[in-house]
Design a binder for this molecule. Structure first.
Ligand SMILES: Nc1nc2c(ncn2[C@@H]2O[C@H](COP(=O)(O)OP(=O)(O)OP(=O)(O)O)[C@@H](O)[C@H]2O)c(=O)[nH]1
Ligand SMILES: [Mg+2]
Length: 394
């Protein structure tokens, strides 16, 4: 993946603010940045040329007013523009804030365009602050449900984690600015993790394999330091990484089921530093944690080092075996269960066309209180909730 094009796409107001921050970082110079919004004014503030306003004739250059169904419809009209935007990319990273209309409804559309173009996709999305209220959270959760079946990797960063690092009198706007910066750093960290070169490498397939095993939650910590910060720059980078708000503290590392650690530096990165940093990270992992470590060098990191940690915690309540293992034809959300490749192969053998069942939208009922029974939302028809492919017999 070293010489290939990695596109980072910001969607919606917050997505665009995040990629604007990202573009200003020199470590992001190798990434190709793009932006999509229904809101013209937010795109005007964004420097990239690779951008477009979605569904202008329908939304009139305004946003989607928090309605994810509008976001979904707006982006669905722009499939061919999205396809052009992603052209020649070998990997797509999408970012934005779940909880509004454009990003929440539009992100699954981008995922499905990428999927058809066979471009692997990683979604790094924020979850709303609790102070934003229940309805934003419900919209965000609905967005997660829609994204899971189509995205290759979905990393949700809870904005609330920022609270642990911010004074309580921080103005909301400043908290969002901090979120923009932290998510931009997380994107850099994830892109370094999947960037392969001739050093030790963890890559996209490792990340996808780990996240496909079971339903999981993730956190990301990034810390960097230069020689100006002190003699032991790797140690300083490690300390900064541990304080990184979207990591959620060191306990996230020693309780993780899987832990990705990447060290990035310039050509001046020394083997002793590398050994010390990776050993220190290993000590922070729990006894049962599966550790995947990698090291990269890049001229943009000359004089500095950066450590990235991605923790993965499996949802212990999610079932391990899937009904597909017993021979039935089911499709499960990609990031939730293992055995995906086998199921896809099996589906291909049956020559069953892809039915539009993966997108489970509650339409106008999105803001109503769900009827939850034993963890299942009974308002969603069973065949959609369980992702059942209906055998049409042909
Ligand atoms: N990082 C960041 N997140 C934000 C900011 N403003 C809002 N958010 C978060 O992002 C979520 C979605 O908000 P927006 O990005 O404004 O929504 P949108 O995707 O543009 O959708 P519509 O405006 O409804 O079309 C919110 O619920 C917040 O949690 C911001 O300035 N920075
Ligand atoms: Mg908006």
């Amino acid at each position: 993946m070293a010489d290939s094009k990695v596109t980072v796409c910001g969607i919606g107001n917050s997505g665009i603010k995040i990629i604007s921050r990202l573009s200003a970082l020199k470590e992001a110079s190798w990434l190709s940045v793009s932006a999509i919004d229904t809101d013209e004014s937010s795109l005007e503030r964004c420097a990239t040329d690779n951008k477009f306003t979605a569904a202008t004739e329908w939304r009139n250059g305004k946003g989607c007013g928090g309605d994810m169904l509008n976001g979904q419809r707006a982006l669905a009209r722009e499939r061919s523009k999205i396809n052009d935007m992603l052209k020649d990319s070998s990997l797509l990273i999408v970012t934005g804030g779940l909880g509004g209309g454009t990003a929440t409804g539009g992100a699954p559309i981008i995922a499905s365009v990428a999927k058809h173009a066979k471009i692997p996709s990683i979604f790094i999305m924020t979850m709303p602050f609790a102070l934003e209220g229940h309805s934003k959270r419900r919209v965000a959760e609905e967005g997660v449900r829609e994204l899971l079946p189509v995205a290759d990797v979905l990393l949700c960063l809870p904005n609330d984690l920022l609270f642990s690092s911010l004074p309580t009198d921080t103005p909301v706007a400043a908290a969002f600015e901090q979120a923009d910066m932290e998510v931009a750093r997380a994107i850099i960290g994830v892109s370094e993790l999947i960037r392969c070169n001739n050093l030790i490498s963890a890559d996209f397939s490792d990340l996808r394999a780990v996240l496909h095993e079971k339903k999981s939650s993730c956190s990301i910590g990034v810390g960097s330091a230069s020689i100006d910060d002190g003699l032991n720059r790797c140690h300083i980078a490690l300390e900064k990484m541990l304080c990184s708000p979207f990591l959620g503290g060191v306990s996230q590392m020693n309780t993780a089921d899987a832990l990705f650690i990447t060290l990035t530096g310039g050509a001046d990165l020394q083997i002793g530093e590398m050994k010390k940093a990776l050993e220190a990270a290993e000590r922070l992992a729990g006894k049962k944690t599966r550790l995947i470590a990698g090291t990269n060098t890049d001229p943009a990191y000359e004089g500095m080092v950066q450590l990235t940690a991605i923790t993965v915690h499996y949802d212990k309540s999610a079932p391990l075996a899937t009904p597909a293992d017993s021979g039935k034809d089911f499709i499960f959300p990609k990031s939730q269960f293992k055995g995906r490749e086998a199921k896809e192969k099996k589906a291909a053998e049956l020559k069953q066309g892809e039915l539009p069942l993966q997108s489970v939208s509650k339409g106008i009922f999105i803001n109503t209180t769900p009827s939850i029974y034993e963890g299942k939302d009974l308002d969603i028809p069973t065949f959609q909730r369980e992702m059942i492919i209906i055998d049409k017999g042909n």
